[in-house]
Design a binder for this molecule. Structure first.
Ligand SMILES: [Fe+2]
Ligand SMILES: [Fe+2]
Length: 164
């Protein structure tokens, strides 16, 4: 594959870091759920953390295949305390919206540079973002519909714990 353009390379390298931040954010959310004894929700978050790490690796692979020397940067500490499960899920969705916008930006730059390979990579991730946002939206709707009903969340937590 052809050597990657500087601007697109820098943006994708930044995205590697963003995905690692996302992985840590979901880990931290998992730790919070564990601390509140919501083990199913914690499990869901740990699975998501793994996926985000895989995203980072997949982008890094693309860069390496395009002769870009991938450098990791400092990863900021994520937020670590929430008032309720709902607040955690809402933060997760907000984060995914940021990621979606970030991929849109990279896509625009890849188009400018006629870097079709990076465009293709962004398409793949943007399609994945539609799913991630949809999943979180649905969880939030359910949690909101049963607002304050702990009995519901006990059951729902078990359901979330089945995620593979
Ligand atoms: Fe991701
Ligand atoms: Fe994500």
């Amino acid at each position: 594959m052809s050597k990657i353009n500087q601007t697109v390379g820098e943006l994708l390298e930044k995205q590697v870091n963003n995905e690692l931040y996302a992985s840590n954010l979901y880990l931290q959310m998992g730790f919070w759920f564990e601390s509140q004894d919501w083990e199913g929700s914690a499990h869901w978050m740990f699975q998501q953390a793994k996926e985000e790490r895989e995203h980072a690796l997949s982008i890094a692979n693309h860069l390496l295949d395009r002769e870009w020397k991938v450098k990791l940067n400092t990863i900021n500490s994520p937020k670590n305390n929430w008032e309720s499960p709902l607040e955690v899920w809402e933060d997760a969705l907000q984060h995914e919206i940021v990621v979606t916008n970030s991929f849109k930006g990279i896509m625009g730059e890849a188009k400018n540079e006629e870097d079709y390979q990076s465009e293709e990579l962004c398409y793949k991730f943007l399609a994945e973002q539609v799913e991630e946002e949809d999943t979180l939206n649905k969880i939030i709707k359910k949690v909101k519909a049963f607002d304050g009903n702990l009995g519901f969340y006990v059951q729902y937590d078990q359901y979330l714990g089945q995620r593979e």
